[in-house]
Design a protein around this ligand. Sequence first.
Ligand code: NDP
Length: 339
Amino acid sequence: MFGLIGHLTSLEHAQSVARELGYPEYADQGLEFWCSAPPQIVDRIKVTSATGQQIEGLYVESCFLPEMLAGNKIKTAIRKILNAMALAQKNDVDITALGGFSSIIFENFNLSQMSSVRNIQLEFNRFTTGNTHTAYIICRQIEEASRKFGIDLAKATVTVCGATGDIGSAVCRWLDARTNIKELLLVARNRERLQELQAQLGRGKVLEIDEALPQSDIIVWVASMAKGMAIDPATLKHPCILIDGGYPKNMSTLVQEEGIHVIDGGIVEHSLDIDWKIMKIVNMTAPARQLFACFAESMLLEFEGWHTNFSWGRNQISIENMDKIGEVSIKHGFRPLIN
Ligand code: NDP
């Protein structure tokens, strides 16, 4: 069985979901309520592969909200993720994806040193960040969107915002090895880490976000921002492709302008309907078929019987593993979403 650990994008989102699901008493509650809420199994899932194989899984809502980080409720955030992992393991889930901020909290606050949760000893090989599949899907989106919108990669300047992150660094390595892009711009806050990445790649220009955006033909957003930033489309090149892989989204602005193409980054579409309710809650356009690539990774590991932490640690995603997960992604009927 596979598992998915997820969370909602904001307190406002959590309140509206509670209202929609018929829990008005939860809908009026503030952050303190969500801080004390335990994880819940809120969905039981059946997925059929394009090969005909069927698997079953669980969705665990961790009740973590990004406001907990912004409000410095770090201990609460840690407790949310550890409790959700323990709940998945207690339910005999073989492989569980740590969606969105779950894996970021796991890494940033060293949760590997906190493997005892009450009477449960967490077995980390039962979990995956799902980031290898996410990076693979974003790279396929770069390829397909540039073809669709007539941007020649050989002449293109590509910015990766969140370049030093787990997904961002994998995308940079892939852009370097597998494409002939003209220029790679590296954006994040920590200069030292950016310079290390630049040295590893042997290329790339380190720039501030405001300098990078107006020069870019393609912008990949994979920064771990608790709240999205506003973009002024007038400052962008036309045409320009924006691939927003953040969860919550890195861009708070709804850009709808001729020549600006916004793609939901790291999202896959399955070729068959999935029997579940949960993607309606995160506002997917086609909730029966569309999902986060990191969730799809745990499904792929279950389909293949690879019960191992395929994506783990930080900045260790190899192009070989992106190819490997990409091959089974196609085999089981997933494709990158190009809106
Ligand atoms: P990491 O924590 O590994 O990396 C985050 C990166 O963002 C770092 O380079 C960090 O560098 C940078 N960053 C953080 N804040 C800012 C900022 N304000 N401005 C510029 N750069 C910033 O994260 P992941 O690679 O694991 O995840 C990245 C994003 O992808 C997250 O939003 C996550 O929720 C999302 N995600 C989406 C998935 C999907 O299936 N679609 C799956 C998994 C994750 P620095 O700190 O130096 O700024």
